[in-house]
Design a protein around this ligand. Structure first.
Ligand code: PBG
Ligand code: ZN
Length: 333
């Protein structure tokens, strides 16, 4: 049989630019800088503790002192932003979730200590929500069996203010109540905290991928689910509406969450706003990769690189991911 040769338009050969590693690096469209990573942490209201989260291999709940040491070594790797989640003191969960705004809470103490230790070389972001602090595990206040949007705003604002007063650079409301971004922005400005930025969890979907996180944050709803406030996975246009609303309420940055099943949403929101866009590569996305890798079913290094590049290529500027320490330490990117 005669060998086929490419003629005419076949003179154009995309493979030429894939021939060597240096050539591929030269023409790569997507790059990730460590500056773009945000690493989440779960903080316990104690000085010293390190409790591994079984469903999230490599992740531990940490006491404030342990967190400080961890962040110090992460800074050396180039991770310059953290996102803090807290646990309340045992026995202080309540219907109103008041412990979320406790000036001496785990998050508030961690923020103070991190800023004292690392100053402005570290960006400290805090998750603003009630679900780890309410006894029912919902992200807002329950009224007549439902999560009451407007009654939830006051405690959310108080929580954001307490984080900002502790020195947070960025507060990130994840509750998905309507109007909370504007309410938080107003309160920050009124209280003389106008320099504190708001990262809005704008398009946060009701997702089964949050499963491992709810173990880590002890925040699973005791009854029902979050579908009356988080987004429906069938909707994409609505994500743009949410991002536009948050922008109009004063958000400094917006977010899509989870990331991997929502790459189209990341791309759509990227082209709908000029604000920096964060994508949250959530707990279940992390744990699924970890579990498959532990079984020898997937090559962790290559899968993590592919997932993170996909998130960036889709249009995310910032990536919140539990993988970033491994990715930088092991040079997976
Ligand atoms: C709480 C919150 C959740 C996550 C971030 N903030 C869980 C939820 O809404 O149930 C998920 C993060 C992750 O899965 O890594 N509002
Ligand atoms: Zn919540």
């Amino acid at each position: 049989m005669r060998e086929l040769t490419i003629t005419g338009p076949g003179r154009i050969r995309p493979r030429r630019l894939r021939r060597t590693a240096a050539m591929r690096d030269l023409v790569a469209e997507t790059r990730i800088s460590p500056d773009q990573f945000i690493l989440p942490h779960f903080v316990l209201p104690v000085e010293r503790a390190e409790e591994p989260v079984p469903s999230m291999p490599g992740i531990s709940l940490m006491g404030v002192e342990n967190l400080l040491r961890q962040v110090e070594s992460d800074l050396a790797l180039g991770i310059r932003s953290v996102l803090l989640f807290g646990h309340p003191v045992q026995g202080t969960k309540s219907p109103g979730g008041e412990a979320a705004a406790d000036a001496q809470g785990a998050v508030q103490q961690a923020v103070t200590r991190l800023k004292a230790a690392f100053g402005d070389s570290l960006v400290v972001m805090t998750d603003v929500c009630l679900c780890s602090y309410t006894d029912h595990g919902h992200c807002g206040i329950i009224e007549g069996g439902e999560v009451d949007n407007d009654r939830s705003l006051r405690p959310l604002v108080e929580t954001a203010l307490s984080h900002a007063r502790s020195g947070a650079d960025v507060v990130a409301p994840s509750d998905m109540m309507d109007g909370r971004v504007g309410a938080i922005r107003d309160a920050l400005d009124t209280e003389g905290l106008g320099g504190v930025a708001v990262l809005a969890y704008s398009a946060k979907y009701a997702s089964a991928y949050y499963g491992p996180f709810r173990d880590a944050a002890d925040s699973a709803p005791a009854h029902g689910d979050r579908q009356s406030y988080q987004m429906d996975c069938r909707n994409g246009l609505e994500a743009i509406r949410e991002a536009e609303l948050d922008e109009s309420e004063g958000a400094d940055m917006v977010m899509v969450k989870p990331a991997l099943a929502y790459l189209d949403v990341i791309a759509a929101v990227r082209s709908a706003t000029t604000l920096p866009l964060a994508a949250y590569n959530v707990s279940g996305e992390y744990s699924a990769v970890k579990a498959a890798a532990a079984n020898g079913w997937l090559d962790e290094a290559r899968v993590v690189r592919e997932n993170l590049m996909g998130i960036r290529r889709a249009g995310a500027d910032l990536i919140i991911t539990y993988h970033c320490r491994d990715a930088l330490r092991e040079k997976w990117l």
